[in-house]
Design a protein around this ligand. Structure first.
Ligand SMILES: [Zn+2]
Length: 282
């Protein structure tokens, strides 16, 4: 018996639709597990992957969050949203999120007018403003220097050691002396992070005096020609450039020994606005 043609065609279409449906379901499930990575996070993942491949970074996860940056805090203050000391909330807003309020305009203006900078927390999170990626452009090596500098702060527990120094080591000094010494300590830690960054970058195969170039670029980009003052948290331009130049001269004569890399996995969560690098357990 010959079957009419239409059921076959219908079956074929049904199968095709089923396959397409399964395909779409599979794609949706895959996307849920692998949400699309914004271009800036993709750059960050590539940079961190290279640094980790050639450096021993320990067992603790390192988190990356791209935020609005400190210009957003100034904008929020101008807008009357906060008093000067309480505006960090706006610096840390998620630039990829639509808040459906004035905060979105703060994000937009921060992206246009913000600059290169980076922060780290004691617990291993690194924050970089979205504007930095626009300004660094294709020069991801300079971004890598910023990341390496923040990794150095984390690995050396600089926030803890500064707190310990302030609360224990210099406890018996007079209050003005303590204040002065805390600023000196902060500037020493910045130079230490600069030196570590140069080593981390050299191990990862970035040639030349790339972190010197990155520092000059960052100061010019943000219009920062500061001098070292008693209350400077960071050394001024001349002192910082002089110190890293001297260290590169040393590094070129004594290249760092190779170390084993850090195997690990990346996970991106748009809801948390966080890219996590989790080292594998040995
Ligand atoms: Zn620093």
């Amino acid at each position: 018996m010959t079957l009419p043609a239409w059921p076959k065609a219908s079956q074929a279409i049904g199968c095709t639709l089923l396959a397409m449906g399964l395909g779409a379901l599979g794609l949706a499930a895959w996307r849920a597990g692998h949400p699309p990575l914004p271009a800036e996070y993709a750059t960050l993942r590539a940079v961190m992957g290279r640094l980790a491949q050639h450096n021993s970074l320990g067992q603790n996860p390192i988190g990356f969050s791209i935020n609005n940056g400190s210009y957003a805090a100034s904008l929020a203050q101008m807008r009357g949203f906060c008093k000067e000391e309480n505006c960090d909330f706006y610096a840390q807003l998620d630039p990829y999120k639509n808040y459906s309020k004035d905060w979105d305009e703060i994000s937009r203006q921060s992206y246009t007018l913000g600059d290169v900078e980076g922060w780290s927390t004691a617990n291993g999170s690194i924050e970089i403003p979205r504007a930095a990626f626009r300004i660094y452009g294709r020069r991801s090596g300079w971004l890598a220097c910023t990341v390496a500098h923040e990794i150095a702060h984390i690995q050396r527990h600089h926030l803890f050691t500064a707190s310990y120094y302030a609360n224990n080591t210099i406890r018996s000094a007079s209050a003005p002396k303590q204040e002065q010494l805390n600023y000196v300590k902060s500037r020493q830690q910045e130079l230490e992070a600069d030196r570590d960054a140069a080593v981390i970058m050299a191990r990862a195969g970035y040639g030349g005096r790339i972190c010197l170039d990155a520092l000059i670029f960052a100061h010019k980009s943000s219009g920062d020609g500061s001098a070292t003052e008693p209350k400077s948290t960071h050394p001024g331009y001349d002192d910082r450039i002089k110190a890293i130049t001297k260290f590169y001269a040393h590094l070129e004569k004594h290249p760092p020994a190779k170390t084993s890399g850090t195997l690990g996995q990346f996970h991106y969560s748009p809801a948390d606005n966080l890219l996590s690098f989790t080292p594998s357990q040995n």
